[in-house]
Design a binder for this molecule. Structure first.
Ligand code: IDP
Ligand code: MG
Length: 139
């Protein structure tokens, strides 16, 4: 079933010049970019995006990190895009991520872990709409 997911190439990965590598992995895995936006989050943009994690001890640090530099926000479309993207990303903690995953290749630790990916159809819908009006999504 074709579906959409939201990916974010986080500030650590942008600083490492890993945009091309990560986008290449999407394209060669059958995940088609249908919207792309480069931007720098304000702290409140990050807080709104991660509102689900508000009660977590790492929330403030996470939002500071996510607003620390430019990110690339991407809508990916393809069969089982949400699960497929999570598999490409690897585990949240790069130390536990499988070989060959994006987080294994580019993540430094459980916070600075290179990429974000939606975890369910409901969060994908919220996250995509957070950044893209429908008319800015192609395909
Ligand atoms: P996910 O990105 O794999 O879905 P979540 O549990 O949704 O992981 O956490 C969101 C983000 O918060 C992570 O990608 C990571 O940047 C950060 N994070 C998660 N757990 C921790 C932690 O224990 N310490 C610091 N940062 C964390
Ligand atoms: Mg998550």
């Amino acid at each position: 079933m074709s579906e959409r997911t939201l990916a974010i190439i986080k500030p650590d990965a942008v600083k490492k010049n890993a945009i091309g590598d990560i986008m290449g992995r999407y394209e060669t895995s059958g995940l088609t970019p249908v919207a792309i936006r480069m931007m720098q989050f304000s702290k409140s943009t990050a807080e709104g995006f991660y509102a689900v994690h508000k009660a977590r001890p790492f929330f403030d640090s996470l939002c500071t990190f996510m607003s620390s530099g430019p990110v690339v926000v991407v809508v990916l479309q393809g069969n089982n895009a949400i699960k497929k993207h999570r598999e490409l990303m690897g585990a949240t903690d790069p130390a536990k991520a499988d070989a060959g995953t994006i987080r294994k290749a580019h993540g430094a630790n459980i916070e600075f872990n290179a990429v974000h990916g939606s975890d369910s159809p409901e969060t994908a819908q919220f996250e995509i709409a957070y950044f893209f009006p429908a008319m800015e999504i192609v395909g």
